[in-house]
Design a protein around this ligand. Sequence first.
Ligand code: PNS
Length: 162
Amino acid sequence: MTTACCPGSFDPVTNGHLDIIDRACRVYDHVVVAVLENPAKHSLFTIDERVDMLVESTSHLGVKVEAFQGLTVDFCRRVGAQVIVRGLRTVSDYDFEEQMAQMNARMGVETAFMATNPTYSYLSASLMKEVVRYGGSVQGLVPTNVERALAAKLRPDHEETR
Ligand code: PNS
């Protein structure tokens, strides 16, 4: 039985993340989604909000969602995950992802990369926040609970975004 860990900041989760989590579920026996709580980094959503949005949007997949601090490899050991799964969108992702994968391998946990579904390859959590902040629509690019949460945080005075 192989357990995979899908780590990330998920600030917030996008349909690109969900696509990778969904595909990881088809390959591995168990999947644990690890949401990084990094006190040094300013996040739009609190750790509880990020975890809750993920729990709701992955409820059909039967994955576990947990917050963590510290090293991803330590989290993997704690939950018994043998592999880290990361999505690769473009070549610009590759340099940093390769560096992390090599470091994590040195610390004892291998990484498997999945090519992002081309439908979502241009998505990023930062882009979603920017589009909503300036009144654009992210419908179809994030789950509906996230769409609502983004609008509530970033456009509290506007009921609908374009
Ligand atoms: O969604 P992100 O921000 O691209 O995810 C990055 C993440 C959380 C996977 C990465 O920053 C991470 O693993 N952080 C935990 C600390 C750690 O293990 N650092 C060493 C990586 S070699």
